[in-house]
Design a protein around this ligand. Structure first.
Ligand code: DX5
Ligand code: ZN
Length: 218
């Protein structure tokens, strides 16, 4: 099933509640929340307190993308704040198996993100622990960057790995997704699509989400 996950990183933070209601009314399936620490990535965004506030107004599941290191110590706080899918980065911990199990035991769906140059062999020992693999199609840290085309090869390889093992894991693509490249990402095997600037830069969120969904389904 195709799912569109607007990233609130490009929303108007002064009107965050309204922006979330607007994308939900416009057809968003998930609300993608980018958490950045100024250390793992060169930008700072929000913490558990704001995620908790978002959870109070959102009716769609929160897809929380942690770009922080260390990550393990903050997992419980983001679970408690209301994450439905909690994604951590493979590069953010040397105890990946432990961190993923911690997310699983907390009751959240488990996401694992890989930066654009991280070898896919990082997945082989943990793929069975995951609900979602997040393929970064930009170097994380900022909204509005261009899609890195090599991500398409990575999505294809991961889809093959999932199918070969008979697993039920979603592939989420994050970064630079627009109406004109979403079809390629869908064809490669992605089924969850993060879109930040593509949605929030448009006056009509409903129109752009409909176009993204239609192009991904074509
Ligand atoms: C990048 C973030 C993305 C970003 C996507 O570090 O993880 O979720 O907000 O924004 P766009 O769609 O504008 O590339
Ligand atoms: Zn993200």
């Amino acid at each position: 099933m195709i799912q569109i996950a607007p990233s609130i990183l490009s929303a108007d933070f002064a009107r965050l509640g309204e922006e979330i209601h607007a994308v939900e009314a416009a057809g968003a399936d998930l609300i993608h929340v980018d958490v950045m620490d100024g250390h793992f990535v060169p930008n700072l965004t929000i913490g558990p307190l704001v995620v908790e506030a978002i959870a109070r107004v959102a009716t769609k599941p929160l897809d929380v993308h942690l770009m922080i290191a260390p990550v393990e110590v903050y997992i419980p706080a983001f679970v408690k704040a209301g994450a439905r899918i909690l994604t951590i980065h493979a590069e953010s911990t040397i105890h990946l198996d432990r961190a993923l199990n911690l997310v699983r035991e907390s009751g959240c769906q488990v996401g694992l993100a890989l930066n654009p140059a991280t070898p896919l062999c990082n997945l082989s020992s943990v793929l069975h622990l995951l609900d979602v693999v997040v393929v970064m199609s930009v170097n994380p840290g900022f909204g509005g960057q261009s899609f890195i085309p090599h991500a398409l090869h990575r999505i294809k390889s991961i889809r093959r790995m999932i199918t070969e093992r008979g697993l039920n894991v979603s592939i989420e693509v994050d970064g630079g997704i627009k109406p004109d490249n979403i079809a390629e990402a869908a064809k490669a095997g992605a089924d969850i699509f993060v879109a930040g600037s593509a949605v929030f830069s448009q006056p009509d969120y409903g129109a752009v989400i409909r176009t993204l969904r239609a192009n991904a389904s074509a």
